[in-house]
Design a protein around this ligand. Structure first.
Ligand code: ADP
Ligand code: MG
Length: 685
C-alpha cells in the first residue's frame, strides 16, 4: 500500500471480529461435507452409540442428519454445546496423553454453527421427553423446546457453507461429496464392528451402507466393500515390543494376489482413530507392486495399537493425520509382515481360465475386441489383469507364446535332466520364475483322476499311446484331469473314493508279477519334486498344441501334454490291468475290415510294399492271431472279440476320455503285428 508521498504505509493491526475469527477457524475444521460428517460420527461414537444412521441430501450440502442411540446431551449443557472450546472430553492439556475419545477440541459443533444451520434433538436416559434446539454462530437460537424423542441424539446440519460462497461453489458435484461421506462411514463401519451403521440419501428407501452390530470384521468388510474384496482377504498381524525399535500391535486384513483394484484402499486406524499415513501406504504398495500386475492395487485394512503417549493426535485440524514415535521401524515391521503373508498366499493364486481356454482349443472367438488382452504398459484393459489368463496362443503377439519360444531356444541340458531352473526373461512384471519342463525327454507324469499317487518317472518314456498331438479330445481329457487333480485335493468325498481305489490297486498289483514289477519301477522312479508339481499345480492354459502352462507355488511351468498323456495312459493301463471298464462299440467292428483299412493306410503312406505279401492274407493272418489271443485280451484288457472276429469292446483307460476312433484300424493292426508284448510297453492306440 502506498500513501500520497509514495512511501509504503504501515497497516495498523486490528482485532478481528469474533464472528470472523470463528468463521475462519470453522473453515479449517469443516473443510467439506465429509469432514462435518466425520466429526458428527465421532461424537456419536464418543457418546457410546451402538447404532448410527445417516441421511444425506445433495452430498451433504443441503442436509446431513445423524441419529445415534448414545448417552445424549443433558439439558444443562445445551446452552454451551456449540460454543467454541466447550467439551466434555478433556479437562487439561495433559489429558490428551491418555485420551480415549475421538474428540477433544470442543470445536466441531461450534464450527458447524458458523457455516451452517444446526439443530439438535437429544434425550438422556430416564427422561420422558427430549429437547430440540437450533444454533447459529455458536449460540442457541431461542430456548430448547421439549419434544418427543428417544434416548440418544439427532443432529441436523443444513445448508452447509451458506455464508461461504467461495467454498460452496467448490463443491460442484454432490455425488462426489456423497461418496466421500460414504467412504468415512465405510471405514468406521469396519473398525467399529460392535456398532451398526447405515447411510442413505434423503428420500431413498434403500440404504447405501448397512452393517449389523453383530458382524465379524470380515462380514463388515463384505457388507461395506462387497464380496469381491471379502473373498480375497488374508489376515495379517505384526507386533514389536522393543522400546529401542517401536512398541505396537497391528492386525488387519489385506487382499491377496487374486484381488486387484484401480486404486489402493487403505483403511488405517491408529489407536482406534481413523487416520492417513502416506508413508505406510507407499511401503505396502511397494510390496504389492512386486506381485500384482502393474496398475492393480490392493485393499488394506490395518489397525495399529500403540501406547497413547507415543502418538501425537493434535497435529492436524481435522485430526486426519497423527504423528507417532519410531515411524520408520514400525512401517518396516508391517511391510515385512505383509510381504511374508503375501508370499504365502500367493501359492494359492486363483486363475480364471475359461475365456482363453476356449480360444486355445480352437473355438472361434465371438468378438476379437472383447478379448481382454493386456497391452504393453497395462493399458486398455477390459477386465482386471488378475482375471485373465495371460496366454493367447492364437495371437502371435501373445506374451506367453513369445516367452515360450525364447525358453525353448535358450534351453540347455539341465543337470538332473528334469527341470531347467534357468529363469526365463519374462515380459511380465512380477517376480515369478519360469521353469521349462518341455525339453526334458524324461519328463513323464501321471495325473490320475483318483490320484492314488501321481507318480512321475524321470528316466523312461513309455510308448503306450501314440496319441495325435493335436487331438483335442486328448488335451481336453488332460486338462480335465489336471484341474480335477486340484479339486480332488480339496474334496473329502474323493479321498474316500481314493482309499477304496488304493485298496483295489493293491489287489491288482498282486495278480501278475510282471505288472507288479512295472508298478514297482514306476514307484521307484517317481521323482518327488515333479510329483508334487503335477499333484498340486493349477492349470492355467494351453501355450500351443502341445504345451500347457501350470502354476505351482510361485512358479510357472510348461508341461508337454503329449508326453504327460503317454505316461498317464501307460500308468493307467498298469493300474487298471485286468479291471478295465469298457467302451462299448455301438456296432461291432469286423477285425478283418479294420485290418484291411489299416493296411490301405499303410500302403498310402508307403509303409506297405507288395513284397510284404498280399494285404488280404496279412489281414487274415492277423485276425487269426488276434482270435488266438482273444481270451487273454478279454481277461487283461476287457477288449472283447466275438466268435465272428468282430471287435466289441475296448478298455476304458481314462475315465471320461474317448479315444480317437479313426485310429482304431491302426491300433488293431499294431495289436496283431506286435502281438502282446510281455511288458506291455507297446500298445499303440
Ligand atoms: P468434542 O467432540 O471435541 O468434545 P464437539 O464440538 O464435537 O467437541 O462436541 C462438543 C460436546 O458436545 C462433546 O464434548 C459432547 O459432550 C457433546 N456432544 C456432541 N455430540 C454428541 C452426541 N452425538 N451425543 C452426546 N454428546 C454429544
Ligand atoms: Mg467432537
Amino acid at each position: 500500500m502506498m500513501d500520497s508521498s509514495g512511501r509504503t504505509a504501515v497497516p495498523s493491526i486490528k482485532r478481528l471480529d469474533e464472528a470472523v475469527v470463528n468463521r475462519i477457524a470453522a473453515g479449517e475444521v469443516i473443510q467439506r461435507p465429509a469432514s462435518a460428517l466425520k466429526e458428527l460420527l465421532e461424537n456419536s461414537l464418543d457418546a457410546g452409540a451402538t447404532s448410527i444412521s445417516v441421511v444425506v441430501k445433495e452430498g451433504g450440502l443441503k442436509l446431513i442428519q445423524i441419529s445415534d442411540n448414545g448417552h445424549g446431551i443433558s439439558y444443562e449443557d445445551l446452552p454451551i454445546l456449540c460454543e467454541r472450546h466447550t467439551t466434555s472430553k478433556i479437562n487439561s492439556y495433559e489429558d490428551l496423553q491418555t485420551i480415549t475419545t475421538l474428540g477433544f477440541r470442543g470445536e466441531a459443533l461450534a464450527s458447524m454453527t458458523f457455516v451452517a444451520h444446526l439443530t439438535v434433538i437429544t434425550m438422556t436416559e430416564g427422561q420422558i421427553h427430549g429437547y430440540r434446539v437450533s444454533y447459529k454462530d455458536g449460540a442457541m437460537e431461542g430456548e430448547p423446546r421439549p419434544c418427543a424423542a428417544i434416548k440418544g441424539t439427532q443432529i441436523m446440519v443444513e445448508n452447509l457453507f451458506y455464508n461461504v460462497i467461495a467454498r460452496k461453489k467448490a463443491f460442484k458435484n454432490p455425488s462426489e461429496e456423497y461418496s466421500r461421506i460414504l467412504d468415512v462411514i465405510s471405514r468406521y463401519a469396519i473398525q467399529k464392528i460392535g456398532v451398526s451403521f447405515s447411510c442413505k440419501k434423503h428420500g431413498d428407501s434403500r440404504t447405501d451402507i448397512h452393517t449389523d452390530s453383530t458382524s465379524s470384521r470380515t462380514d463388515a468388510i463384505r457388507a461395506v466393500y462387497g464380496p469381491g474384496v471379502a473373498r480375497e482377504l488374508v489376515s495379517v498381524t505384526a507386533s514389536d515390543d522393543d522400546p529401542s525399535h517401536s512398541i505396537f500391535k497391528m492386525d488387519g486384513y489385506i487382499s491377496s494376489a487374486n484381488y486387484s483394484a484401480k486404486k489402493t484402499t487403505m483403511v488405517l486406524f491408529i489407536n482406534d482413530r481413523l487416520v492417513e499415513c502416506s508413508s505406510l501406504k507407499k511401503a505396502i504398495e511397494v510390496v504389492y507392486a512386486a506381485i500384482l500386475p502393474k496398475a492393480s492395487k490392493p485393499f488394506l485394512y490395518i489397525s495399529i495399537a500403540m501406547p497413547p503417549e507415543h502418538v501425537d493426535i493434535n497435529i492436524h485440524p481435522t485430526k486426519r493425520e497423527v504423528s507417532f514415535l519410531n515411524q520408520e521401524s514400525l512401517i518396516d515391521s508391517i511391510q515385512k509382515a505383509i510381504e511374508a503373508k503375501l508370499m504365502q498366499s500367493n501359492t494359492t493364486r486363483t486363475f480364471y481360465t475359461q475365456t482363453l481356454l476356449s480360444r486355445s482349443l480352437g473355438v472361434p472367438d465371438e468378438a476379437e475386441e472383447s478379448m481382454p488382452v493386456q497391452t504393453q504398459g497395462g493399458r486398455n484393459l477390459k477386465a482386471p489383469v488378475n482375471k485373465l489368463v495371460r496366454t493367447d496362443p492364437s495371437n502371435p503377439a501373445g506374451r506367453m507364446l513369445a516367452f515360450m519360444q525364447k525358453s525353448l531356444a535358450g534351453h540347455v541340458g539341465s543337470g538332473n535332466g528334469l527341470v531347467d531352473t534357468k529363469p526365463v526373461e519374462m515380459p511380465m512384471e512380477d517376480t515369478r520364475k519360469i521353469m521349462d519342463l518341455t525339453k526334458n525327454e524324461e519328463f513323464a507324469a501321471e495325473v490320475q483322476e483318483d490320484q492314488t499317487g501321481a507318480h512321475l518317472q524321470n528316466n523312461k518314456v513309455h510308448k503306450i499311446a501314440q496319441m495325435d498331438a493335436s487331438s483335442l479330445a486328448g488335451r481336453e481329457a488332460l486338462e480335465h484331469n489336471i484341474s480335477q487333480a486340484n479339486e480332488d485335493s480339496r474334496n473329502e468325498l474323493t479321498t474316500t473314493r481314493r482309499l477304496v481305489r488304493q485298496r483295489r490297486n493293491l489287489k491288482e498289483r498282486a495278480e501278475l508279477t510282471s505288472i507288479q514289477e512295472l508298478l514297482a519301477t514306476i514307484d521307484q522312479e517317481t521323482h518327488s519334486g515333479l510329483e508334487d508339481i503335477v499333484k498340486h499345480c493349477t492349470f492355467i492354459g494351453m501355450a500351443d498344441e502341445r504345451l500347457c502352462f501350470v502354476q505351482h507355488k510361485t512358479y510357472l511351468y510348461l508341461l508337454d501334454i503329449v508326453k504327460l498323456s503317454k505316461e498317464l495312459l501307460y500308468q493307467q493301463v498298469l493300474r487298471r490291468f485286468g479291471h478295465f471298464n469298457v467302451i462299448q462299440l455301438s456296432n461291432a467292428a469286423s477285425l478283418y475290415e479294420l485290418l484291411v483299412i489299416a493296411l490301405d493306410e499303410e500302403e498310402q503312406s508307403g509303409r506297405w510294399h507288395e513284397s510284404d505279401g498280399p494285404k488280404d492274407q496279412i489281414a487274415q493272418l492277423n485276425v487269426e492271431l488276434l482270435m488266438c489271443k482273444a481270451q487273454m485280451l478279454q481277461e487283461y484288457f476287457n477288449l472283447s472279440i466275438d466268435e465272428s472276429a468282430n471287435l466289441c469292446t475296448l478298455p476304458l483307460i481314462l475315465d471320461q476320455y474317448t479315444p480317437d476312433m479313426d485310429r482304431l484300424p491302426q491300433f488293431v493292426l499294431n495289436l496283431g503285428n506286435n502281438g502282446i508284448k510281455s511288458d506291455f510297453n507297446v500298445m499303440n492306440y
